[in-house]
Design a binder for this molecule. Structure first.
Ligand code: NAP
Length: 249
């Protein structure tokens, strides 16, 4: 599962970087000639599609909390941080983000199922790892601190994005504030930090592979996002703003 997850996320990152982006938000059939037939019948509002992304994983976390109580501390922290991560995403979709578009129902189901499988596998691998010798360096508290920085930074930049639109507005603007002056996807940067935190808490190979895969996927999507801003805003978009890693990428 570790290898499969890493391979599938790496492939998705490669596709994102090479013009085959997951079809939602800015990338929802930007080339209208490629729109599928009956698109109207099969598309969802972005808000609903995003709920399909995150709700199954949140339910998996809740079920695991109920059916696997009283596990070791490392397991419990992994469980709670994943639950908080998905709960936060659902609340943001409902109350923070101001969406402008659509996504295809099948794309949202595929992404929702893949998040759900990864979450269940992460929790199960953590469950199986209990009772094995503890790692020589314990990173769970450092990991928890990194997770908190990641989730706060991710939320802060989501709020900046939401502040770019009034309710009902559908325009895209160049975001300013926070790390937007250095990179165009600071929310992805902090999401990666969140998962680095989860890897340090978990200290399992599965979570490490998932985090590496997420990093590669978000490198691909941030690269396409930067290209999208350059093509939409031209010279108004500062060329020194990188995609994901300040000054480097
Ligand atoms: N773990 C993973 O595999 C993975 C993969 C992808 C994303 N994510 C995470 O999911 C979260 C959301 O990602 P996303 O790709 O949906 O982010 P996004 O495309 O940047 O959109 C986030 C929100 O901001 C709005 N927005 C974006 N750019 C805007 C602009 N220039 N002007 C006005 N509004 C703007 C979007 O509206 P529209 O919907 O109208 O574009 C949407 O409501 C992030 O925290 C990301 O890290 C995780």
């Amino acid at each position: 599962m570790s290898v499969l997850n890493l391979l599938s996320l790496t492939t998705s990152g490669y596709m994102e970087m090479n013009g085959k982006q997951a079809q939602y938000a800015k990338f929802f059939y930007a080339d209208s000639s490629k729109k599928p037939k009956n698109e109207e019948n099969r598309k969802l509002l972005s808000r609903n599609g995003m709920l399909v992304f995150y709700t199954p994983s949140f339910i998996v976390c809740l079920v695991a909390l109920i059916i696997l109580p009283h596990q070791d501390l490392r397991f419990s922290i992994v469980e709670y941080v994943l639950t908080v991560h998905f709960l936060k995403r659902i609340l943001e979709v409902l109350f923070v983000h101001k969406f402008s578009g659509f996504m295809m129902a099948n794309a949202s189901i595929m992404i929702g199922v893949s998040y759900c499988i990864s979450t269940a596998t992460m929790i199960y691998s953590q469950y199986l790892s209990q009772g094995t010798p503890e790692p020589s360096v314990d990173l769970k508290y450092v990991g928890f601190a990194v997770f908190l920085i990641g989730i706060s930074g991710n939320f802060y930049h989501h709020c900046i994005l939401a502040s770019l639109r009034k309710t009902g507005d559908r325009e895209y603007k160049i975001p300013k504030g926070g790390l937007f002056g250095l990179i165009i996807c600071p929310h992805y940067f902090f999401e990666i930090m969140e998962f680095i935190g989860v890897s340090c808490i978990s200290q399992t190979k599965f979570t490490l592979c998932f985090t590496l895969g997420t990093m590669l996927l978000l490198m691909g999507r941030s690269h396409s996002t930067r290209e999208w801003y350059v093509s939409k805003f031209g010279k108004n978009f500062r060329s020194d703003i990188k995609a994901l890693i300040p000054y480097l990428f």
